[in-house]
Design a protein around this ligand. Structure first.
Ligand SMILES: Cc1cc2nc3c(=O)[nH]c(=O)nc-3n(C[C@H](O)[C@H](O)[C@H](O)COP(=O)(O)OP(=O)(O)OC[C@H]3O[C@@H](n4cnc5c(N)ncnc54)[C@H](O)[C@@H]3O)c2cc1C
Ligand SMILES: *[C@@H]1O[C@H](CO)[C@@H](O)[C@H](O)[C@H]1NC(C)=O
Ligand SMILES: *[C@@H]1O[C@H](CO)[C@@H](O)[C@H](O)[C@H]1NC(C)=O
Ligand SMILES: *[C@@H]1O[C@H](CO)[C@@H](O)[C@H](O)[C@H]1NC(C)=O
Ligand SMILES: *[C@@H]1O[C@H](CO)[C@@H](O)[C@H](O)[C@H]1NC(C)=O
Ligand SMILES: *[C@@H]1O[C@H](CO)[C@@H](O)[C@H](O)[C@H]1NC(C)=O
Ligand SMILES: *[C@@H]1O[C@H](CO)[C@@H](O)[C@H](O)[C@H]1NC(C)=O
Ligand SMILES: *[C@@H]1O[C@H](CO)[C@@H](O)[C@H](O)[C@H]1NC(C)=O
Ligand SMILES: *[C@@H]1O[C@H](CO)[C@@H](O)[C@H](O)[C@H]1NC(C)=O
Ligand SMILES: *[C@@H]1O[C@H](CO)[C@@H](O)[C@H](O)[C@H]1NC(C)=O
Ligand SMILES: *[C@@H]1O[C@H](CO)[C@@H](O)[C@H](O)[C@H]1NC(C)=O
Ligand SMILES: *[C@@H]1O[C@H](CO)[C@@H](O)[C@H](O)[C@H]1NC(C)=O
Ligand SMILES: *[C@@H]1O[C@H](CO)[C@@H](O)[C@H](O)[C@H]1NC(C)=O
Length: 596
């Protein structure tokens, strides 16, 4: 999915012109100034915080980001580059450890390494999750501020719901009553009409599957038009939105790029007040001091990595690695959860798919020229135009036995168990034209971990999402595939779809025999990174003997240190994680301001 395809142009990094942005490799840094807050990581959460906290001219912020400045990186501007492949220069290049329940496969595990973080390389999919996810979080933490009614107001505050790239009439494709029209983050509905879209809608018309006018109103169930983080045909990221020039111009905000944070420290022996880092090109460490707080926003992989290297984690494990324990907190890096996804594909009878852009240089150059001139066409489109978020069929005895054995994993009794996304081409290398489907278990029960590599603790951590470790995830994925096959067996599909590819035919042939051997093999050989990892610095109630942060996001038992990023969600909010992370950081900004 993230292969890199050569293109007819090179991206050139624009010089950093805004006064408040420093390059740690080359510039003298503003470290003699004591900042109120030092934020680690300029991704989704870090960018939101840097912006909101510096709204008060009396509050100063230093934002440290390991990756480069984002401006001029064309691959992060053209939405279609999600399928063409964002260059590894802007990624952490992580892989998982061998996945013991997925035939010991080592799976690529991309994360964004650029100002804007993973929002600069992600699938642009905008999903807010269900109201019940937030109400469950409020209940789990004992803080009603994490409930849906409160979070909805932040969702509305953070966005500008703009017109799609093709300007089509979007009445009936979303509900304006639950959206915002003046926030920093530009978002929109699909900006290019695919042949595929009409087929999905046609098959809905004649079925019992519900159409959902707006899957972001708290009720996610059904088929809906997919909103994407795209404005004017261009990808929007946490950096383009929250670190735009007018914000970077604030004298109380200093942003340093190419700054790799190694540890957080307590200079006086008690409160955390120091961030240790070095320039990417220079291994000598330097310190940045915070007069109020250090805030970890390095994401679900790197926040626990930095905490563990700082001696914040399980005492015995750290001691065994010759890291001096500073604060015993065994949940750091544990409980990791990620959506579990596979892709399957069929050849199609149409030649109107996105495949030519991937496989034919002329078609690619034409599509780019159109985007470059007018910000329209297939390259202005997001990854997905229509999504189905569905529940398992409760009248099916095998589904009833899943519920009997495992109970409900999703937050609410009418929340979707799985997702089914329609993709207008093949996601690997080939010459033909295809349709692909992404199937995902939205609320998996498998739990994994982020741990240090004993032979190189500062190097890449051991990433173990533990896909399919829980049989529940296998059983739900089976139901997702069976539902998908049934959906595609009638209506317009038999004449549109050709041969299934890569072993899928054998799986479909076995449906009805009760033998899931081929299907389970396809799942274990096919599971990809779900990219929605959470819970490695989980929130828990005040006083709980598990978890990493309190409901106000302060690290349990320490002063001066908070975590604000996707890692604090105790479970994957149904759908995708970027919008829940933007929203989390918006509320966290208010929680921090209120504590000043
Ligand atoms: C390939 C991919 C596809 C995805 N697709 C979608 C999607 O379609 N829809 C969706 O909702 N979500 C998607 N996601 C998930 C979404 O992007 C993340 O949930 C979201 O970005 C999390 O925000 P964050 O602030 O926690 O972390 P990030 O946005 O990843 O930000 C963390 C930042 O910290 C920096 N950092 C890390 N370590 C250090 C260090 N040691 N020193 C200094 N800086 C550091 C990183 O470089 C990065 O900029 C996808 C993610 C990926 C990787
Ligand atoms: C900043 O702080 C000073 C001194 O405490 C105060 O006089 C001033 O009003 C504050 N300014 C803002 C914008 O809050
Ligand atoms: C990922 O790999 C690319 C290509 O080798 C490299 O430029 C980039 O710096 C790597 N990322 C990190 C964080 O090391
Ligand atoms: C959470 O929900 C349960 C069951 O509805 C209820 O008994 C409990 O009081 C709730 N806890 C909080 C903190 O709201
Ligand atoms: C968009 O479509 C709706 C419903 O079909 C219609 O009422 C409205 O007038 C249309 N708007 C424009 C600008 O055409
Ligand atoms: C959209 O992009 C085009 C092409 O770069 C530009 O001319 C236009 O001003 C942009 N419109 C908005 C509303 O940003
Ligand atoms: C490396 O960083 C240290 C600390 O900032 C600095 O003293 C030194 O001059 C730097 N070395 C080079 C080669 O830039
Ligand atoms: C963990 O280690 C720290 C630092 O050595 C020590 O103060 C603390 O008592 C230890 N806690 C436990 C539970 O072992
Ligand atoms: C696509 O198919 C149509 C109709 O079958 C045909 O006219 C057209 O030439 C084809 N285009 C390409 C690029 O193959
Ligand atoms: C490649 O795309 C161009 C432009 O759409 C088209 O004219 C050409 O026939 C395509 N080549 C092949 C081999 O399909
Ligand atoms: C894209 O458009 C700009 C002008 O807006 C032009 O300078 C540039 O050369 C174009 N790039 C390509 C690859 O066509
Ligand atoms: C695509 O077609 C080219 C030229 O016909 C051939 O060399 C290549 O192997 C094909 N690639 C795939 C993945 O089928
Ligand atoms: C609609 O459903 C009926 C009955 O199931 C079926 O005969 C017909 O082919 C379907 N038509 C379409 C367009 O899906």
């Amino acid at each position: 999915m993230l292969k890199t395809t050569s293109v007819a142009f090179l991206s050139v990094l624009a010089p950093i012109c805004a006064a408040a942005v420093y390059d740690a490799n080359t510039d003298a840094l503003p470290l003699s100034t004591l900042h109120d807050y030092v934020i680690v990581g300029g991704g989704v959460a870090g960018s939101v915080l840097a912006n909101r906290l510096t709204e008060d001219a009396n509050v100063s912020v230093l934002l440290l980001e390991a990756g480069p400045f984002h401006k001029g990186v064309i691959e992060t501007e053209v939405p279609f580059y999600f399928w063409l492949g964002i260059p590894s220069t802007y990624q952490w290049n992580y892989t998982t450890v061998p996945q013991s329940s997925a035939n010991n496969r080592i799976i690529d595990y991309p994360r964004g390494h650029i100002l804007g973080g993973s929002s600069a390389i992600n699938g642009l999919v905008y999903d807010r999750a269900a109201s019940s996810d937030f109400d469950k979080l409020a209940n789990m933490t004992g803080d009603s501020g994490w409930g849906w009614d409160s979070m909805l107001s932040y969702y509305e505050k953070l966005e500008t719901f703009g017109p799609p790239a093709d300007g089509h009439n979007i009445t009936g494709q979303f509900d304006p009553a639950v959206h915002g029209f003046s926030g920093p983050l530009g978002v929109s509905l699909p900006g290019y009409s695919q042949t595929l879209d009409a087929l999905v809608l046609e098959s809905l018309n004649n079925s019992t599957y519900p159409y959902n006018e707006d899957s972001n109103n708290g009720d996610e169930l059904g088929f809906a038009w997919q909103v994407s983080t795209i404005h004017n045909g261009t990808r929007t990221t946490a950096a383009t939105a929250y670190l735009a020039d007018n914000y970077l111009a604030r004298p109380n905000l200093d942003v340093v790029v190419n700054a790799f944070v190694t540890r957080v420290l307590a200079s006086n022996g008690s409160d955390i007040d120091t961030v240790e880092f070095h320039a990417v090109d220079n291994t000598t460490n330097v310190n940045a001091q915070a007069s109020r707080e250090v805030i970890m926003s390095a994401g679900s992989v790197n926040t626990p990595h930095i905490l563990l290297n700082s001696g914040i984690g399980d005492n015995a494990t750290l001691s065994a690695m010759n890291i001096t324990p500073v604060h015993h907190l065994p949940s750091v890096g544990q409980n990791m959860s990620d959506t579990t996804v596979i892709y399957v594909s069929w050849e199609v009878s149409s030649n109107d798919t996105f495949d030519p852009i991937l496989n034919n240089e002329t078609a690619r150059a034409e599509a780019f020229a159109q985007w470059n001139a007018t910000r329209t066409g297939r390259m202005a489109n997001g990854a997905i135009n229509l999504q189905g978020l569905l529940r398992m069929n409760e009248s099916d005895p095998s589904v009833q036995s899943i519920y009997q054995q495992y109970g409900e994993s999703v937050a609410g009794s009418s929340d979707p168990d799985f997702e089914m996304l329609f993709i207008d081409g093949f996601t690997g290398t080939s010459n033909g034209t295809y349709m692909s489907m992404l199937f995902g278990v939205l609320s998996p029960m498998s739990r994994g971990s982020i741990t240090l590599n004993a032979s190189d603790p500062m190097g890449p951590p051991l990433i173990d999402p533990n896909y399919f470790a829980s049989e529940y995830d296998v059983l739900v994925m089976r139901q997702a595939l069976l539902t998908g096959f049934e959906f595609l067996s009638t209506g317009p599909w038999p004449s549109y779809l050709g041969q299934p590819v890569n072993g899928l035919a054998e799986v479909i042939d076995a449906v009805g025999t009760g033998d899931f051997t081929a299907m389970d093999e396809l799942m274990r050989n096919g599971v990809q990174n779900g990219a929605h990892l959470v819970a490695t610095s989980s929130m828990s109630p005040y006083g709980a003997d598990w978890g990493v942060v309190d409901p106000d996001l302060r690290v349990k038992g320490l002063n001066g240190l908070r975590v604000v990023d996707a890692s604090v969600y105790p479970f994957v909010p149904g759908g995708a994680t970027q919008l829940p992370t933007y929203c989390l950081a918006e509320r966290a900004s208010d929680v921090i301001k209120a504590s000043q």
